[in-house]
Design a protein around this ligand. Structure first.
Ligand SMILES: [Zn+2]
Ligand SMILES: [Zn+2]
Length: 418
């Protein structure tokens, strides 16, 4: 049974998140995208946890997943740990939790309330180290899954250039062997992570981290499971058996792919930045070192190496972006929305568009939009890469693109091209 899962979203109780992000709204959004198993997000928030309990019940017969209006929910939350390591350096990381029952979620909330104000934000800040956090969680239940979130983003991640460390072991110490999966984040894809042999044992997971319904499933995981249950999903994450593929953002689209300064309008490849000792030529301060740079700093393999039991991935671009770029209209425009709705109606959901063959896609929409979708499917696209909080920009036409900025041709991507 094919199951598409998104394990990381936020609710209306998290900062800068749409008021439509709740159990009702997320279920609707998931159906449009083609997501079967949807994260609740934010179960640590008391008001949201009350909503979860009242709408999803105790889930006693649900084997750790909670059926709701045609989809299934998985209890998920993201927390931020803040601590000083043994050398006194400030560490800040986000970790995702997946738990198998309301009862265990309640215990997690009780335990975490000691370390921060859970009611302040859907993604609470906790004064606890990663290892102490893991200890607390696994003492509640060995079935709890801890997944380091957006593992490479400069701030708030396990490998981040600011506030991160150099290995899962450095963060989780004697609990590291219980960490078996990690979220690659929007600015990195599995191919980049495969450059680190120490990550071979870690299953790479992809989620949306959506703060609005439109962004659900911009990355997701595809499983082939006998039955959708919490245990079957966790087993697939552990063994990679039944973990078919991930849907990935092109990492260039991510907000922290390259290095630079948004305010100074400076975008640099990791190699250029290294030559300048990571200093901004405009303001003379340190550049925000992006994900690609960090990956290359920690890599011990050439780009292009694929570990033998790696889960394959498929790069996609959100359909709204593809349509908006093709029509040269803002993605909030009525024309874009109409084309989007038409395609979703025709195929059933957004992911089904990317699973269809050329013939079907050409029947469903205009020649130019069909062309763009097929180019995304084959990787025939260019990017102005994202940097310092600015999303990358998709370039579909061969002639266009900002002449002043560098674009990356996906077809020629190799280590030497960056
Ligand atoms: Zn986060
Ligand atoms: Zn600057």
């Amino acid at each position: 049974m094919r199951i598409v899962a998104d394990f990381h979203v936020h609710s209306k109780y998290a900062r800068a998140t749409s008021p439509r992000n709740d159990i009702e709204g997320l279920a609707e959004g998931a159906k449009i995208k083609g997501i079967d198993v949807m994260a609740t997000g934010d179960f640590t928030h008391p008001a949201y946890f009350a909503e979860i309990k009242s709408l999803l019940g105790d889930g006693a017969d649900a084997e750790g997943l909670f059926p709701y209006k045609g989809i299934r929910y998985i209890l998920s939350t993201e927390i931020c740990v803040i601590y000083h390591n043994s050398e006194g350096k400030l560490k800040r990381m986000h970790h995702i939790l997946l738990v198998p029952s309301i009862e265990i979620a309640a215990q997690v909330n009780d335990r975490l309330a000691k370390y921060g104000k859970l009611e302040e934000d859907g993604r609470p800040m906790l004064k606890i180290s990663s290892v102490a956090f893991a200890e607390e969680m696994f003492s509640i239940s060995p079935d709890i899954v801890i997944m380091p979130a957006h593992a490479w983003t400069p701030w708030f991640s396990v490998f981040g250039s600011i506030g991160g460390v150099n290995s899962i072991e450095e963060a989780f110490e004697d609990k590291a062997d219980k960490i078996f999966c990690m979220e690659t984040g929007l600015s990195s894809d599995p191919a980049m992570n495969w450059m680190l042999s120490k990550l071979d044992r870690i299953t790479l997971v992809s989620n949306s981290d959506a703060h609005s319904l439109e962004k659900l499933g911009r990355e997701a995981n595809v499983f082939d499971l006998e039955r959708p249950t919490f245990k079957n999903i966790v087993d697939a994450l552990k063994t990679r058996k039944g973990f078919t593929k991930t849907y990935e953002f092109y990492p260039e689209e991510g907000k922290y792919h390259y290095d630079g300064h948004r305010k100074c309008n400076v975008l640099m490849t990791p190699w250029e930045a290294a030559q300048k000792k990571n200093m901004c030529p405009v303001c003379k301060k340190k550049l925000t070192v992006g994900v690609m740079h960090r990956v290359f700093d920690l890599a011990d393999r050439k780009f292009g190496y694929k570990p033998k039991d790696a889960v394959p991935f498929q790069s996609i671009v959100p359909l709204t972006t593809v349509i908006s770029k093709t029509l040269k209209k803002p993605d909030t425009s009525r024309f874009v929305k109409e084309e989007y709705d038409k395609l979703v109606r025709y195929f059933g959901n957004e992911f089904a568009v990317f699973e269809s063959d050329a013939e079907k896609i050409r029947l469903a929409t205009s020649a130019s939009i069909a062309d763009s979708i097929l180019r995304v499917k084959t990787g025939d696209v260019k990017w102005v890469p994202g940097y310092d909080g600015v999303f990358g920009e998709l370039i579909l036409s061969d002639s266009s693109g900002s002449a002043t900025k560098k674009s990356v041709d996906k077809k020629q991507k190799s280590l030497d091209d960056f």
